[in-house]
Design a protein around this ligand. Structure first.
Ligand code: UD1
Ligand code: MG
Length: 465
């Protein structure tokens, strides 16, 4: 798509509502859809129109919304002290809106909305030379939305809210998206004229429609092509519906960019995730937060990656969990591997089943293949750590480090009691408890009891009589 630019447009985002129906302490627009707050989607979309300015109306828990968003250059915060309705909310923007041709009003609770749709609305509004254009959609289930009322000539005459609608009006399936493009020159006169005599005693923004008609202004509706985009989130049922729609969109996007996704309906890929070409994501995977996956990787089935970094050609086998850790190219993890925060694997590292790594650097080509815990450790390259090796890094109060050189071989069932260092090319015999520095090269054995043989010993047998 060509880059959009609307220098004579001001955007107004409504985000002051408490979101009563969410039943939450969190302001509605901070609720997340695939790991990203609803307000972030809306702001990203309106920013891509490159308008003259963006005014965001906040009220309920406004500090939390501001803290979350920060202070982008062309964004102005507007406070609506009391949430007296959408019309009242827009009215609060009067002082901050600079002189522009049109004002685009968008709700903060419609995260699926695309920049293309908004751009079409503004273009239609302008090409038809209208004063008030409302973006509408056909909804098979119009419940909860304002209904578009048209006269016998199909001209829009009013928008009626669910709670104020008659039985006949409730059957109308053309609904308001809550998004409007209005000529700046007329907007605030209309807003000053609206009243609150309705079922909710609120100053409804939709009431500018009949007021504009009375004033002899031109009012029109622009029907959107994909009705899904306007789905608003008012409660947690809507939240999951919108999340499903967003998930389909994101998965399709990665598929078109060269990622194979098996059983896509079972996979969660959040909005902040990045995936390289020819990577295969198998069924049941959860890719969360800012996870990055390189080219030609294979992940799953049923792996969980949270803020994980995988270089190219990495294999993460079934039921592995990687959180805040990084994996170098050509390495593998799992099945049933666990990498905890600050585990850093270099290239060609192999982490096998039931191995947990925390806050450790594992050098190139090293292998920890079975049933181990490695924490607070620096390990060199080409080490082989035997099954059941544990770094004992914690004395109940303090954490200690284990330093392991290159080409080290640790026999099975060894405890490395930190702080401890192991020199290059050292070999440690199986079953060792290592409490002192291990020199480079050679074999280190910790005290073992003599093996005894008892000839003629009989294993007890079950009495089968
Ligand atoms: C609104 C519209 C409805 C439309 C629907 C589309 C009105 C009266 N109704 O209904 O026609 O079909 O959106 O999703 O406009 N807000 C404020 N201050 C307030 C009240 C609301 O900033 O005083 C904000 C909310 O934070 C929200 C947006 O405005 O982001 C819409 O409010 P909401 O309560 O969700 O309205 P709906 O019932 O969805
Ligand atoms: Mg809403």
């Amino acid at each position: 798509m060509t880059k959009l630019h609307y220098p004579d447009l001001q955007v107004c985002v409504l985000a002051a509502g408490r979101g009563k129906r969410m039943r939450s302490n969190l302001p509605k627009v901070l609720h997340k859809v695939l790991g990203r707050a609803m307000i972030d989607y809306v702001l990203h979309t309106v920013e891509s129109l490159r308008p003259k300015g963006i005014a965001v109306v906040t009220g309920h828990a406004s500090e939390r919304v501001r803290e979350h968003v920060g202070q982008p250059a062309n964004l102005e915060w507007v406070i609506q002290d009391k949430q007296l309705g959408t019309g009242h909310a827009v009215k609060q923007c009067e002082k901050v809106i600079r002189s522009v041709r049109d004002v685009l009003i968008v709700c903060g609770d419609t995260p699926l909305l695309s920049a293309e749709t908004l751009s079409k609305l503004v273009d239609e509004h302008r090409s038809r030379d209208t004063d008030v254009t409302v973006l509408t959609a056909q909804q098979a289930n119009p419940f909860g939305y304002g209904r578009i009322v048209r006269d016998s000539d199909q001209h829009v005459t009013a928008i009626v809210e669910e709670k104020d609608a008659t039985d006949v009006e409730r059957k109308l399936t053309e609904v308001s998206s809550g998004i409007y493009c209005v000529r700046h020159e007329v907007l605030f006169d209309l807003l000053h004229a609206i009243g609150n005599r309705n079922a909710q005693n609120e100053y409804y923004l939709p009431d500018i429609v009949p007021l504009a008609l009375v004033a002899g202004l031109r009012v029109d509706a622009a029907l959107m092509e994909s009705a899904d985009e306007m789905t608003g989130v008012n409660d947690r049922v809507d939240l999951s519906i919108v999340e499903d729609m967003m998930q389909k969109r994101i998965i399709r996007d990665w598929q078109l960019r060269g990622v194979t996704i098996e059983k896509p309906e079972t996979v969660r890929i959040e909005a902040g995730v990045n995936i390289g070409i020819d990577t295969v994501i198998q069924a049941g995977c959860y890719l969360i937060g800012r996870t990055h996956i390189g080219d030609e990787c294979r992940v799953g089935p049923n792996a969980v990656l949270v803020d994980a970094w995988l270089d190219d050609k990495v294999k993460v086998f079934a039921f592995s969990h990687i959180h805040g850790a990084s994996v170098g190219s050509n390495s593998s993890v799992g099945p049933y591997g666990r990498l905890r925060p600050d585990a850093q694997l270099d290239e060609h590292v192999h982490i096998g089943n039931f191995v947990e790594i925390k806050k450790s650097v594992i050098g190139r080509g090293s292998k920890i293949n079975h049933l181990s815990y490695i924490g607070d450790t620096t390990m060199g390259s080409d080490c082989n750590i035997g099954a059941g090796t544990i770094t004992c890094n914690y004395d109940g109060a303090n954490k200690f480090r284990t330093e392991i050189g290159d080409h080290v071989f640790v026999g099975s069932d060894t405890q490395l009691v930190a702080p401890v260092t192991i020199g290059d090319r050292a070999t440690i015999g199986a079953g060792g408890t290592i409490t002192k520095p291990v020199p480079a090269g050679g074999l280190t054995l910790s005290e073992r009891t003599e093996q005894r043989y008892i000839a003629g010993w009989k294993r007890p047998e079950k009495d089968n009589r």
